[in-house]
Write a protein that binds this ligand. Structure first.
Ligand code: SF4
Length: 364
């Protein structure tokens, strides 16, 4: 292994495939970022410009904690919004704070050829061959897909588990075992084994459960701490949770013809995840979901632009939409109160729909 200790900001559970990519592909040590906590946010907020969106603060705090854990090389991804400028600014802030780390900024990666990306990442370990990295990629990409499939299944069933905590415990074991994977065969076998274990977990699901879809901004949707663990809250209310946004759906298999699908509601792309938000909300409305929850960071312009469009979808399909805008000061009590009120509302609506359906049957 080369001497470098590399890390990347925490996002969901994707540290598992990243660890495999860096250890197996680049032959460098990967420092798993510490879980995001109040301290992460306090550190990030303290050293960030006040008006910047929350993902900047979370990732900066996470970088500082990762350096404290021993990382000497940090990677920041680019993005199609102001995320593209984050890397430069964060590198400067860390340097001003006196941290001597190497910062690899992949901003503008979408415009780079695979060879240019390779040459930037080769700084991690100049001795590593392209062949070796290429060998690790199919394992890493498949791992991401398997993880996303498993988490999708959990979201739809965890609220109905007969034995509390079994899904969470099996999921933690799955993530821990993923970190040991070094070949595609082993990964496939492990996945099949866990898929069976998840399917064997007894659930008691009503015939027509409440179904809620989550849409919104990339980081806020995928980083549970930043959205106050909303998926867990919804599951505890006995709700089937749908969340389309993950790495497989957005980056590995990006949706096609999205502009055509949303044409009745919007003609021009508004940046970042906004078009995917609108497209998914429309799909959920057409599928008859009981409600939609839109999550974003305070000040996220692309998602602010999507909000009036979502309101039009809500009006046309009579589907309630709850909007949450998180910043570093969001009150837990306020969050829970609004979520509970939303739950009461969709529950009452569903009950009255059931009643109407029953009285319709009797009158025939
Ligand atoms: S999508 Fe929004 S919240 Fe996310 S980085 Fe861009 S501006 Fe910030």
């Amino acid at each position: 292994m080369a001497g470098c200790r590399v890390s990347f900001p925490q996002l969901g559970n994707y540290h598992a495939p990243l660890e495999v990519l860096f250890t197996m592909g680049f032959e460098v040590e990967y420092i798993v970022p510490p879980p995001v906590t109040n301290r992460t946010l306090a550190l990030g907020s303290h050293h960030s410009p006040e008006s910047v969106c929350a993902p900047f603060k979370y990732t900066l705090g996470n970088f500082i904690e990762t350096i404290e854990s021993g990382a000497d090389t940090l990677i920041q991804a680019g993005g199609v919004c102001r995320l593209g400028y984050y890397g430069e600014l964060q590198a400067q802030i860390l340097a001003d704070l006196g941290y001597e780390v190497r910062f690899i900024n992949l901003a503008g990666m979408k415009k780079l050829s695979p060879l240019e990306v390779y040459s930037r990442l080769k700084q991690l370990n100049p001795k590593v061959s392209l062949k070796r990295i290429a060998k690790s990629l199919p394992v890493v990409l498949k791992m991401v897909e398997y993880m996303d499939e498993v988490e999708d299944y959990i979201r739809k069933n965890v609220g109905f588990a007969c034995k509390e905590g079994l899904f969470e415990q099996t999921h933690a074991e799955f993530l821990s075992d993923l970190r040991t994977v070094r070949s595609r065969n082993y990964l496939d076998r492990m996945y099949r084994n866990y898929r069976q274990r998840f399917r064997n977990i007894a659930v008691s699901k009503p015939k027509n459960p409440l179904r809620v879809g989550i849409v919104g901004e990339f980081y806020t949707v995928m980083a549970p701490f930043s959205n106050h663990f909303i998926e867990k809250e919804l599951a505890a209310m006995g709700i089937v949770v749908d969340r389309w946004l993950n790495i497989s759906n957005s980056l590995l298999h990006p949706p096609k013809k999205i502009k055509e699908r949303v044409k009745p509601y919007t003609r021009y792309p508004m940046g970042a995840t906004s078009m995917a938000t609108i497209s998914r909300a429309l799909e959920l409305a057409k599928k008859g979901y009981d409600g939609i929850i839109h999550l974003k960071s305070f000040g996220c312009t692309p998602e602010v632009d999507a909000m009036p469009v979502l309101q039009n979808i809500s009006r046309d399909y009579k589907i309630p939409i709850l909007f949450f805008s998180f910043d570093t000061q969001t009150s837990e009590t306020g969050f829970k109160t609004r979520l509970e009120a939303f739950y009461d509302m969709i529950m009452t609506k569903k009950a009255s729909q059931r009643q109407t359906a029953c009285s319709g049957t009797f009158s025939r």
